[in-house]
Design a protein around this ligand. Structure first.
Ligand code: C5P
Length: 308
């Protein structure tokens, strides 16, 4: 995530990017109630902004542009509390969160905010934490949070928390992304809870996608799979309607991101992607035209923050 100091040592601003799942295999249900996954995730240029200001009075406080998200369940606030409990840090922080990523949308917004808070606070409070400690703290906040400590393109396994970063090899054929967010929120736990054995796969979609990306080839569209999609399309009519609208407007394919409800398609050509975006916007859909994003040299990442 990109970041900058406002006043060195006392405040900083970071971007927390959203993600999409290029492919997602649900391998089966585990004994602990979670599902074993193999998925390829990529950060995209749609982001929340967190401004963090050190507080010497020890208070930890969050204000959000969407007041309904300024609660104690907010993952960025929970990340700050967790970091303090783990390290014994006594100073506080004011987190000002400017939300742009739709929440409960399958785009990892809350998880990305939490990862951004962990990295920025490690800097702001000058904590000495190893990469392993940060990854463990992230995983305890949510299955997607460790991915956002890296950003870019990655294979995620386990319940999602085992992250293998991949080289930046997003295919040119998928350069421009059009996202459609149906006007509903979806609870991840409910989507996983409604899975049946028919939704499970053996991980071969994810393997094929990783192999294609690493050979710098476009993966076969049949391998852009999401094991959560069938159930979400069946349970939420708004998602099925959004999918039909994307296809009708000319999308070459449509996939659900994560547990949804956001749908995406991808095109090589910006003008074509823009036409698609415009058609859907004119029909009143919440749509985004964006592209993938990778951490830059100035980004705050696990590697730049962790103690060695
Ligand atoms: O890890 P996170 O808190 O984001 O997960 C939310 C819920 O989604 C979990 O409580 C669980 O019900 C479900 N889940 C799952 N398998 C995963 C990830 C999440 O069943 N790999």
């Amino acid at each position: 995530m990109q970041w900058q100091w406002l006043q060195p040592g006392s405040s900083c601003t970071v971007r927390a990017y959203a993600k999409i799942n290029l492919t997602l295999d649900v391998l089966g249900r585990r004994g602990d109630g979670y599902h074993a996954l193999a998925t390829v995730m990529q950060t995209i240029d749609l982001y929340d902004t967190l401004s963090l200001t050190l507080r010497e009075d020890g208070l930890v406080h969050l204000v959000c542009t969407q007041p309904e998200l300024s609660t104690e369940t907010n993952l960025a606030l929970r990340a700050a509390m967790l970091l303090r409990a783990h390290t014994g840090e006594r100073r506080g922080v004011l987190i000002e969160l400017q939300k742009r990523i739709p929440s409960a949308a399958g785009l990892g917004g809350g998880s990305s905010d939490a990862a951004a808070a962990l990295l920025a606070l490690t800097r702001l409070w000058q904590l000495r934490l190893t990469a392993t400690e940060l990854m463990e703290l992230a995983a305890s906040l949510g299955s997607d949070v460790p991915f956002f400590l890296y950003g870019g393109l990655a294979l995620c396994e386990g319940r999602g928390e085992l992250v293998t970063p991949l080289p930046p090899c997003w295919p040119a054929e998928l350069r421009w992304l059009v996202l459609l967010k149906p006007a509903i929120s979806v609870a991840t736990a409910g989507v996983f809870g409604a899975l049946t054995a028919h939704d499970y796969s053996d991980g071969s979609h994810t393997q094929a996608v990783c192999a294609a990306l690493q050979a710098q080839r476009m993966p076969a569209l049949s391998h852009l799979h999401n094991g959560l999609e069938r159930g979400v399309l069946e349970r939420y009519a708004e998602v099925a309607v959004g999918r039909a609208a994307l296809l009708e407007a000319g999308a070459p394919f449509v996939r659900l991101s994560g547990s949804g409800p956001t749908l995406f398609t991808a095109l090589a050509d910006l003008e074509e992607a823009h036409r698609l975006w415009l058609r859907l916007q004119e029909q009143g859909y919440e749509v985004y035209l964006t592209q993938v994003v990778y951490p830059s040299a100035e980004s705050l990442t696990l590697a730049s923050v962790a103690a060695h």
